[in-house]
Design a protein around this ligand. Structure first.
Ligand code: NAD
Length: 270
C-alpha cells in the first residue's frame, strides 16, 4: 500500500514548476490530486517547463502514471472561487487530507521594488497572490479537516521571507512570504487541537523553468554567482522540495507543526 492511498490532496499553482512536482509526487504516493491553477497550461510560458512535460498538462501526466487527478482553474486571490474549488474537490472525492498552498510568486524587478518606493498596485498584487491566496486556501479546507479531525497543510514562504537581499529589492515579495511563515505558526495553534498539522517550507533558489529563464532582470547576481552562495554549491531542484513536501504530507511528520523549514542548500543571501 502506498503512503497516501485513499487520501485527497490539493496543490495550488500545480500547472508547472514546483507545484507540478508536488502534485506528481503526492499522486505517486497514492493520493487523488486536485491540480489547481489560474492557468492549467501555464507551462507554455517557459520553454524549459514546456519541454519537461510528458503529457498535455499535469492532470494528464498523473493519469498516465495510473493516478487520479482533477484539473481546476482558479485564481487564489478570489476567495469565492477558492471555496468553489474546494467544494468541487469534496463533491468529487468526499474529503481533503492535504493542502499545499503553493500558488504565488513575485512580480516586477528587484531594482524597482525597494521597500521605500513600492508601487501600491504591485504591492497589492503580490500580497494577494501570496498571502491572501494562502489564507483563502487554508480557510476553505479548515472546516473539512476539522470535521475529519485530521489533515496536513503546507504553506510556501521563501528565503526572501527570512532575510532581505543585500540590494533591498523584492521587498513586497519578501514581506508577503514572511507574513505567510508567521500566519502558518498561528494556524498551527488554531488547528492543532483538531489533529491537523500546519507547516511552511521556505525554498531558496530552485531551478524551475521560470527561475532559469528570468533570473533576474536588474539583479546584481547571475544564477552561477548564486550557486556559489549555497553551502552545497548548487541550485535546488524541484525534487529537493518535493521530498520535503512528502515528509510534511505523510505520517513521518505527525509530531511536527508550526515549523518553517528552509530548503535552500545552506544559502546565505548576497
Ligand atoms: N522557484 C524558486 O526558486 C522559489 C523560491 C522560493 C519560493 N518559491 C515559491 O514557490 C512557489 C512556486 O514557485 P515556482 O518557481 O514553481 O513558480 P512558477 O511561477 O513557475 O509557478 C507558479 C504557478 O502558480 C500559478 N499561479 C500564479 N498565480 C496564481 C493565482 N493567483 N492563482 C492560482 N494559480 C496561480 C501559475 O500559473 C503557475 O503555474 C511560489 O509560491 C514561489 O513564490 C519559489
Amino acid at each position: 500500500m502506498d503512503k497516501l492511498d485513499g487520501k485527497v490532496a490539493i496543490v495550488t499553482g500545480a500547472a508547472r514548476g514546483l507545484g507540478r512536482a508536488y502534485a506528481k509526487r503526492l499522486a505517486a504516493l497514492g493520493a487523488k490530486l486536485a491540480v489547481a491553477d489560474i492557468n492549467l497550461r501555464s507551462f507554455e510560458e517557459f520553454k524549459a517547463e514546456a519541454k519537461d512535460m510528458t503529457g498535455d498538462n499535469t492532470v494528464a501526466e498523473i493519469e498516465a502514471a495510473g493516478g487520479a487527478a482533477l484539473g481546476i482553474e482558479v485564481d487564489v486571490r478570489d476567495t469565492t472561487a477558492v471555496e468553489a474549488m474546494v467544494g468541487r474537490v469534496c463533491k468529487e472525492w468526499g474529503r481533503v487530507d492535504v493542502l499545499v498552498a503553493n500558488a504565488g510568486g513575485g512580480r516586477g524587478r528587484p531594482m524597482d521594488t525597494k521597500a521605500s518606493s513600492l508601487d501600491p498596485e504591485l504591492l497589492r498584487l503580490v500580497t494577494e497572490m501570496n498571502l491572501f491566496g494562502t489564507v483563502y486556501s487554508c480557510n476553505a479546507v479548515a472546516p473539512i479537516m476539522k470535521q475529519q479531525r485530521s489533515g496536513k497543510i503546507i504553506t510556501v514562504s521563501s528565503i526572501a521571507g527570512t532575510a532581505p537581499a543585500a540590494d533591498g529589492g523584492y521587498a513586497h515579495y519578501g514581506a508577503a512570504k514572511a507574513a505567510i511563515a508567521h500566519y502558518t505558526r498561528y494556524l498551527a495553534q488554531d488547528l492543532g487541537p483538531f489533529g491537523i498539522t500546519v507547516n511552511c517550507i521556505a525554498p531558496g533558489v530552485i531551478a524551475t523553468g521560470r527561475i532559469m529563464a528570468t533570473m533576474i532582470p536588474g539583479s546584481s547576481q547571475s544564477n552561477r554567482d548564486r550557486a556559489e552562495l549555497v553551502a552545497l554549491h548548487r541550485l535546488g531542484t524541484v525534487e529537493d522540495c518535493a521530498r520535503v513536501v512528502e515528509f510534511l504530507a505523510t505520517d513521518l511528520s505527525d509530531y511536527v507543526t508550526g515549523a518553517v523549514i528552509p530548503i535552500d542548500g545552506g544559502l546565505v543571501r548576497g
